[in-house]
Design a protein. Structure first.
Length: 260
């Protein structure tokens, strides 16, 4: 077991489990670093044919740790950018990994957790999973490629709703637009994802790697959108709206963005 992220082998499938139940698997520096290392290992290991990403104890991930974000607001913009790059480095290697990655989502996939699920190639979600961008509710903007991933998949009005409202979208609705591939009963997302990944892992690995490259090229430059998100996230983090939004979260009250 590694701090924040467990790595297991299930035959030709590598299982990555975000494991910090106290924060509902909020993303930490250790978790992201281990995630990058594991995906690099999977990329170069011929014994790995597919990867499953999930979260422990009935939650996928609550996203970025707001305590750390609050601290980052008092740091320089270059320090903020370095912190975002640690997350974006994980997302980037997910998109570049030649092996199929399946997300198994139970409970919340919020903020950066939603971005991580979207960075996977396929998503299996329990019927009670909750997907939410959440950023705008604390005065921030999306990172981790969510703005690119959702733009690729959703019609403009639903894309705007998810980005501007930030509230939860149920998996059945996302399934209707093809963002979520399969919706299963509560507690069954991981078994379903592992079974699917095992089937993929027995397929032609090199051909699927080439297919992933073609899909990425067909969609446009994901890396460019990550850079745009980084710029705007840093801008947002140093704005008074983010201070009010994050303060309100910790004080368990509704934020007052306009002094009312």
């Amino acid at each position: 077991m590694t701090i924040g992220l467990d790595v297991e082998r299930r035959g030709r499938v590598m299982l990555l489990t975000m494991n910090d139940p106290a924060t509902r698997n909020a993303l930490s520096g250790e978790m992201m670093a281990r995630g990058r290392e594991a995906l690099d290992e999977a990329t170069h290991d011929e014994g790995v044919g597919a990867i499953v990403l999930t979260g422990a104890d009935g939650a996928f991930s609550s996203g970025g740790h707001l305590t750390r974000l609050y601290d980052h607001a008092h740091k320089s913009r270059s320090e903020n950018r370095d912190a975002i790059e640690r997350f974006h480095g994980w997302v980037r290697i997910m998109r570049e990994c030649p092996k199929p990655i399946v997300a198994a989502v139970e409970g919340p996939a919020a903020g950066a957790g939603f971005s991580l699920a979207l960075a996977c190639d396929l998503i299996v979600a329990a019927e009670d999973a909750r997907f939410l961008t959440a950023y705008v509710r604390v005065g921030l903007n999306a990172d981790g490629g969510a703005s690119a991933s959702l733009a690729r998949a959703l019609p403009p009005q639903l894309y705007a709703e998810v980005m501007l409202d930030g509230g939860p979208v149920d998996p059945q609705r996302l399934h209707g637009f093809g963002v979520v591939n399969r919706v299963v009963a509560r507690g069954q997302a991981l078994p379903e994802a592992l079974a699917w990944a095992a089937t993929l892992a027995d397929g032609p690995t090199a051909a699927m790697g080439r297919a992933k490259r073609l899909m990425e090229l067909a969609y446009g430059n994901f890396a460019t959108q990550l850079a745009r998100e980084s710029d705007l996230f840093v801008e947002a983090l140093h704005h008074t709206e983010a201070k009010e939004g994050i303060d309100a979260f910790f004080e368990k009250r509704a934020p007052k963005f306009h002094g009312r």
